[in-house]
Design a protein around this ligand. Structure first.
Ligand code: H2B
Length: 126
C-alpha cells in the first residue's frame, strides 16, 4: 500500500473484495493528504472539499477527475453545490465501504494539477 498513486484499481466486482475495517481506514488516511474519513450510516467514505474559482472551473475539475476514474474503472461521487463548492466522496459501492481502490483513486486525484482551478484561499491548503 506504499505508493498508492502508482497502483491500479482492481475490479470492484471481484468475489473476495471486502470493505476494510474502520481501524485499517484510520491507519491509512494519513497516506492521502487532504482526505477525511466519513462514517455515513455505517458506510465508510473518503471525503474532500475544495472551493473553485467559478462554476466552470468546477466542471473542469470534474473532467480531470473523470479521466482518472475512467482509466481506473473506479468512480467517485461528485458534488458541485452553491456554484463553487466541490466535494468528492470516494467509496466502493459494490462492498458498501472502503477498499484499497478508494485510497488509490484519492492518491491519483491528489496528483492532478488542480491549482489553477481553485480559489486562492483554498490553494494555501492544497
Ligand atoms: C465492474 C466495475 O468494476 C464496477 O461496476 C465498478 C465501476 N466503478 C465503481 N466505482 C465505485 N466507487 N464503486 C464501485 O463499486 C464501482 N463499481
Amino acid at each position: 500500500m506504499d505508493d498508492l498513486a502508482a497502483k491500479k484499481c482492481i475490479p470492484c466486482n471481484a468475489k473476495d473484495l471486502q470493505p476494510m475495517t474502520e481501524e485499517t481506514a484510520h491507519s491509512l488516511i494519513s497516506k492521502v493528504e487532504g482526505w477525511k474519513l466519513l462514517n455515513e450510516g455505517a458506510v465508510l467514505k473518503l471525503n474532500q472539499s475544495w472551493k473553485v474559482k467559478s462554476f466552470t472551473k468546477g466542471l473542469e475539475l470534474f473532467q480531470l477527475v473523470a479521466e482518472v476514474a475512467e482509466a481506473e474503472g473506479h468512480h467517485p461521487d461528485l458534488h458541485l453545490v452553491g456554484w463553487n463548492n466541490v466535494t468528492i466522496e470516494i467509496w466502493t459501492h459494490a462492498v458498501g465501504g472502503l477498499t484499497e481502490n478508494d485510497f488509490i483513486l484519492a492518491a491519483k486525484i491528489n496528483g492532478l494539477p488542480l491549482h489553477g482551478l481553485l480559489r486562492r484561499k483554498d490553494i494555501l491548503r492544497h
